[in-house]
Design a protein around this ligand. Sequence first.
Ligand SMILES: Cc1ncc(COP(=O)(O)O)c(C=O)c1O
Length: 356
Amino acid sequence: MKLFTVGPVACYPIVLKTMSQQMYSHRSDEYKKIHYDTVDLLKKWLETENSIYLFSSTGTGFMEAAVRNCVKDKLLVCINGDFGKRFAEVGKSNGKQVEILEPALGDPITPQGLDDALKKNPQVEAVAITHNETSVGLINPLRELCLIAKKHGKLIFVDAVSSMGGTEILVDDWGIDICFSSSQKCFGVPPGLGIGSVSKKCLQIAEKMPNRGYYFDLTLWEKDHQRGQGTPVTSVIPQIASLNAVLHMVEEKGGKKWYFDLFNRRNTKIRRAVKKLGTPVYPKRGYESPTVNCIKAPKGVPGKKIYDEMRLKGYELAQGYGALKDVTYRIGNMGYIPSLSLTSMLEALKEVYASI
Ligand SMILES: Cc1ncc(COP(=O)(O)O)c(C=O)c1O
């Protein structure tokens, strides 16, 4: 099966090779070397001086860490779909008050909308933004939203699970306090690793935060990061070694710009082909994701039908998600996608459209 999923995605050959290596201790010199090299490469990628932690959890662990360590009472969550809703749930289930900014489905969070919401809710301590809403295939204007949140003096938490690696995020320049992702998306590594940067301001707040728990206590992660230990818990060594291999592969091929261009080239091809088939992508024009295409199924055809027919031809796309489950299907543009597979997948899609 050729994967055009939205995560977990197909892994690079170098990742499959790395994953098959014998284990070593997460306290060994071999591990520490790989850990800190990966951290340095990620710092360079995100252009940040903030600490980078490699959680032995998926990206959602960083949602929990952000609200438990850095929010005493209240946060504002921007919602464009199911993953924004999850951030709000994480806040509520940790006993925080959650204000919501939720435009119509398919519309982005606008700077004006965020400005108004923060004027209405001046007491929120932080703003949570899903950079790329995977369920809708929508990308928010993150840089502009960060400018507004900073103008109001708020902490900024960014769920970059399906954007980190696939498009530019400048953590320090844009003033992002916590920016996190998961290994199984743009970097083409198996699931299990949460990747996130955390600002000094967050660490200072965390020091004084009661009930911040243990597993995601950022002060523990910082202590072990600073003393050269890497992580306070057992690290997901195969995923970290694989991420390290992918980051080096990208460096050798021309760096992150080369990688972003690859995403753009592939997605332009997908978009053009889908447009020719007469079915538009879901979000408002100008906010279409570079990593996930959420496509309206042809009139009267359930999205699952396209998904099922493509599976029969050997291609695993993704079904619609949440509110759009029945009326859309999704084509992922992340991880290992050889160019010939992309061409043949688009041919197969044309045949499926002709047959329904
Ligand atoms: C935007 C977004 N946020 C959060 C998540 C949850 O990530 P994880 O399952 O790695 O915790 C996903 C997973 O698809 C996602 O796409």
